[in-house]
Design a protein around this ligand. Structure first.
Ligand code: 3PG
Length: 222
């Protein structure tokens, strides 16, 4: 059996700042990313995930880190070792991936950053666990069984905690966060594309503020 890279990074839950929320930032420019991040921070959010789905995503990570040093800034949609390394170089403080493969897990472990690899099945959770990982992203949460699936997984994987994303909204946030095996909830519902496009930062702050209130009530802030 090949020797695995040592797990040196702290778990993601130990570094999350503010309420148990991980809103996604998908921005076309670094300035837009900073404006979204500021609106979220104004609504009480302490941690954000910039997704690698736009050309300037890495520059956005760097820009937010510099403009808003109190925010914890991670990178999401990490799909390869090259992505993981580029995110670290850009200043990402944690990594999130929608998937788990041995190669991807080893690359993320090698960065030394906290991270959450994506899982949707018991076998994927077991694979992550074999690498010593006890915190994973459950994606896409709503299509993979949602609340009921997380309840079922809790009985079997008693040490594993989840960051559900995919289909989280203001309507079901409380139900997800009330689960003891959920440590943070992620998604794009706080940063809808239409509000970003029309620069309605106040409305994003209001959405963030409502979600922060729910999260603070259900989970102790980090
Ligand atoms: C992700 O990247 O985690 C998902 O795209 C989030 O899904 P959502 O847009 O349904 O929140």
């Amino acid at each position: 059996m090949s020797s695995l890279p040592p797990l040196l990074s702290p778990v993601l839950s130990s570094v999350i700042r503010g309420p148990a929320l991980l809103p996604i930032i998908q921005a076309d420019t670094p300035d837009e990313a900073v404006a979204i991040a500021k609106a979220l921070a104004d609504g009480g959010v302490g941690s954000v995930e910039v997704v690698l789905r736009t050309r300037q995503a890495l520059a956005a990570v760097t820009a937010i880190r510099s403009a808003l040093p109190d925010l914890l800034v991670g990178a999401g949609t990490v799909l390869s070792a090259a992505d993981a390394n580029a995110c670290k170089d850009a200043g990402a403080q944690f990594l999130v991936s929608p998937a788990s493969t041995p190669k991807l897990l080893e690359a993320m472990i090698a960065t030394g950053l906290p991270f959450a690899p994506g899982v949707a099945t018991p076998s994927e959770i077991a694979m992550a666990y074999e690498y010593g990982l006890t915190e994973v992203k459950f994606f896409p949460a709503h299509l993979s069984g949602g609340i009921e699936m997380l309840k079922a997984l809790r009985g079997v994987f008693q040490q594993v905690r989840f960051c559900p994303t995919g289909g989280i909204s203001q309507h079901n946030l409380a139900d997800f966060l009330a689960l003891p095996n959920v440590f943070v909830a992620g998604g794009s519902w706080l940063t809808p594309a239409n509000l970003v496009k029309t620069q309605q930062w106040g409305q994003i702050s209001e959405l963030a503020s409502a979600a922060s209130a729910i999260a603070r009530q259900l989970k102790t802030a980090a």
